[in-house]
Design a protein around this ligand. Structure first.
Ligand SMILES: [Zn+2]
Length: 177
């Protein structure tokens, strides 16, 4: 069983649910331990938890990431590991979980670096109808492109971009939170 879960997570990308939903779905079997060495050094607690996650179709994200060769559509960064493979993330514009219930389809997915993925998820960037990227929170060293990079084969849908924008504009300025 343990192994099956691990395989499933390897095979398909995971989506973390909000904490309340996780707890409701969780089997609640946790063990905590604290290690102390003979020299009296303290090591962080380890915690084993079995968590049920919403799984999504890995192929959708993979297709979008492959199309851009791992290059971030918002800042142009192409993060490459020591094995030469690019690392990028498939970011849903309209989020999958509640209350958004966005679809897991390519027009709703962007290829982003981890920073830009977070920027999108917290509303620090929003996208205009002309694909301009608006940085809403003051940040140093943030180097987003003036417009979202898009390949012609990737039909990013404006409905999702608008949903994301309206959601965050209604919530106000993230830098004021
Ligand atoms: Zn980026």
């Amino acid at each position: 069983m343990e192994q099956q879960i691990a395989d499933l997570l390897d095979e398909q990308e995971e989506l973390d649910l909000p904490q309340e939903q996780l707890e409701a779905a969780e089997g609640e079997s946790e063990e905590e331990s604290e290690e102390e060495s003979s020299q009296g050094e303290k090591f962080p607690k380890t915690r084993a938890a079995r968590i049920q996650r919403l799984v999504r179709d890995a192929a959708v994200s993979r297709n979008v990431k492959d199309l851009y060769g791992g290059e971030c559509q918002a800042c142009g960064l192409r993060l490459v590991g020591p094995d030469g493979r690019p690392y990028s993330e498939g970011a849903h514009i309209r989020p999958l979980g509640k209350p958004h219930c966005g679809p897991d389809v390519e027009p709703n997915v962007l290829c982003l670096c981890p920073n830009c993925h977070v920027r999108l998820d917290i509303g620090a960037i929003i996208i205009e109808d002309d694909w301009s990227i608006i940085v809403r929170a003051g940040e140093l060293g943030g180097n987003v492109l003036s417009k979202l990079k898009r390949k012609k084969e990737h039909h990013v849908h404006l409905d999702y971009v608008r949903y994301h924008r309206e959601w965050w504009l209604e919530k106000g300025d993230p830098s004021q939170e």
